[in-house]
Design a protein around this ligand. Structure first.
Ligand SMILES: Cc1cc2nc3c(=O)[nH]c(=O)nc-3n(C[C@H](O)[C@H](O)[C@H](O)COP(=O)(O)O)c2cc1C
Length: 140
């Protein structure tokens, strides 16, 4: 059972409402706990950047559901690889709101001070999420 990490970017759908993010996190954490999937979701009210890690089968199953979720669109895979260990093992799905996505952090990992996940390399996106991980305690 290989451990894998998947990183993707997406955009909220037109009919996205502010309560959707709570529902997404609730559902993600519930399913991820059952499936031993861990990771982080960054969200600036327009774009998502998500990292999923876990067994290859479970990460792929979660990604297939996420691809078919009409609360977002323009889903672009930024990175997919086999890994030796998890980096978000204490997070069933950590959440980073726009208040954490500051200009200095964006500038460090991309060409601009804005949160533009489509313009980030998979590795930059991954490194940025590792730095964000240090800002707050794990959410279970
Ligand atoms: C941006 C975004 C991130 C999501 N992250 C996860 C996740 O990490 N794990 C998960 O199981 N579902 C996640 N979901 C929800 C799934 O798309 C799906 O609604 C959920 O797994 C419930 O599936 P079910 O109807 O088969 O029970 C996410 C959805 C969105 C829009």
């Amino acid at each position: 059972m290989f451990l894998t990490r998947l990183v993707y970017a997406s955009t909220i759908s037109e009919n996205f409402s502010s309560s959707d993010i709570e529902e997404i996190l609730k559902s993600a954490r519930k399913h991820n706990k059952i499936n031993n999937v861990t990771g982080m979701l960054c969200f600036n009210r327009k774009f998502f950047l998500q990292c999923l890690e876990g067994s290859r089968t479970k990460v792929n199953e979660a990604y297939h559901k996420i691809l078919n979720d009409n609360r977002h669109s323009k889903i672009v895979l930024l990175d997919y690889k086999e890994i030796d260990m998890r980096e978000f093992s204490n997070w069933s799905m950590g959440f980073m709101p726009d208040s954490s996505l500051t200009a200095p952090i964006n500038l460090k990992y991309s060409g601009k001070g804005e949160f533009l996940p489509y313009e980030m390399s998979g590795e930059s996106a991954h490194q940025m999420m590792l730095e964000l991980r240090e800002l707050t305690d794990p959410i279970s």
